[in-house]
Each structure stands twice: as structure tokens, then as C-alpha cells.
Design a protein around this ligand. Structure first.
Ligand SMILES: [Fe+2]
Length: 218
């Protein structure tokens, strides 16, 4: 079976789940802006963009009714929704070359992990999560909060940033939140008076600090 690559997957997503495609597109733009701010190289930047665009691709394999719910999901529905990370891995394995699969898997498999270890599927904590995935989880949350959902209106830009700052150090890597705010030109102090500007301390070592490797999860 020929591998149809990232473009093939995105085309399927665009027609089968256009709302997931557009969400991925928004997250990819935010990730690209952060990559430029951090002066990430072109190849790595392209990896961040593709990973961001495809992070929810596993939703292709879940029942459509899950996304049409008019109210909060029940426990069983939430459990089902969580399976999109494993489903995404399965799709990447079929559609992508082994090299592309390996490079994009962390975005798909790990974007619901949390800084405090309370995320899924592995419960990775702190710097065990690759920093680019920590950035993705912030961009993903911001984009989701800014979108209208069937049972919840979109938050304003300020409300969404306040929520990110409130969750920094628990759901999100605090530096990832700082970088996100700085990338959007939002003064950190406005949303978090006690926070000092950590952006200056962000450097390449943060990106290479993550102890997670695919090898220990595959
Ligand atoms: Fe997701």
C-alpha cells in the first residue's frame, strides 16, 4: 500500500472532519509563530506545524455523535473521546513513512499529557514531556477556548489567556505559557501579576531537556 503522507491525511481530515481540520490549522499557525519566536530551524519548524495540524487526527476514527453532543459528555463518552490519541497513532502508522511516523507521533500521542502528571495516556510529568508538545498543548487549549462549541460559547482572547495563566504549573508547563503569551504580544504581568518574565530564560536547553524518548514508550 503506498504511503500517502501528511498531505493525504490532511485531505481526508478536511473532508471527513472539517471542524477538526480547521482547529488543527489554527493550532499549526500558533505553533509556527512560537517556532519563529524561538528561532527553531526550518526542518523542525515544519515538523511542529505538521504535528500541530495532525494532533487530533485520531478523531477521524471516533463516532461522529461524540462531536454533535449538545451538552457535556458523560463518563463513557469522555473515555471514548480519549481514545483519539491511540487512534491517531494507528492512522499515522498506516499513512506515514516510518521516519515521518516517528517524528510526528509525540504530537499525536502526548498532547493530552499535563505538566502535573494528571494527563493521559501515560501521566508524564514536568520535563518528561517534550517541550514542543508542552507548547502544543497550550496552543491547542487556547484555540479550543476561542472556538464556539455546541454547548459552550467561545471565550474572549483575554478570558482564554487568563485561563492559561491560571492553569500554568498544573495543566501547562509555565514556560510554555510564558512563551505563548509573549508570542501573541500579551504582557505576562497583565494576566499574572506575580509572574516575572521568563521568556528571557527560555533557550535551546529547554527544548532538549525533555527526558521522554519514543524508545521508552514503544
Ligand atoms: Fe486532542
Amino acid at each position: 500500500m503506498p504511503r500517502s503522507g501528511v498531505q493525504g491525511l490532511l485531505t481526508v481530515l478536511q473532508y471527513r472532519r472539517p471542524e477538526v481540520f480547521r482547529h488543527g490549522q489554527r493550532v499549526a499557525r500558533l505553533m509556527d509563530a512560537m517556532a519563529r519566536r524561538l528561532e527553531v530551524g526550518e526542518v523542525e519548524r515544519a515538523r511542529w506545524r505538521a504535528g500541530a495540524w495532525l494532533h487530533d487526527v485520531g478523531k477521524l476514527l471516533l463516532p461522529r455523535t461524540l462531536f454533535e453532543a449538545r451538552g457535556p459528555l458523560c463518563v463513557e463518552e469522555r473515555d471514548c473521546l480519549r481514545q483519539h490519541v491511540e487512534a491517531g497513532e494507528a492512522l499515522l502508522r498506516v499513512y506515514l513513512s516510518p521516519a515521518a511516523f516517528t517524528s510526528l507521533l509525540p504530537f499525536v500521542r502526548l498532547h493530552h499529557e499535563r505538566y502535573d502528571g494528571e494527563g493521559y495516556p501515560f501521566g508524564l510529568k514536568g520535563d518528561d514531556l517534550p517541550f514542543e508538545v508542552a507548547l502544543l498543548s497550550v496552543a491547542d487549549a487556547y484555540a479550543a477556548m476561542r472556538e464556539d462549541r455546541p454547548y459552550q460559547g467561545a471565550k474572549t482572547h483575554d478570558q482564554a489567556l487568563e485561563e492559561l495563566v491560571a492553569c500554568a504549573g498544573r495543566q501547562f508547563h509555565p514556560r510554555a505559557v510564558e512563551i505563548f503569551l509573549a508570542t501573541l504580544g500579551a504582557p505576562t504581568a497583565r494576566y499574572s501579576p506575580s509572574s516575572s518574565a521568563l521568556i528571557s530564560s527560555m533557550n535551546r536547553s529547554t527544548l532538549s531537556n525533555s527526558r521522554y524518548t519514543l524508545a521508552n514508550r514503544m
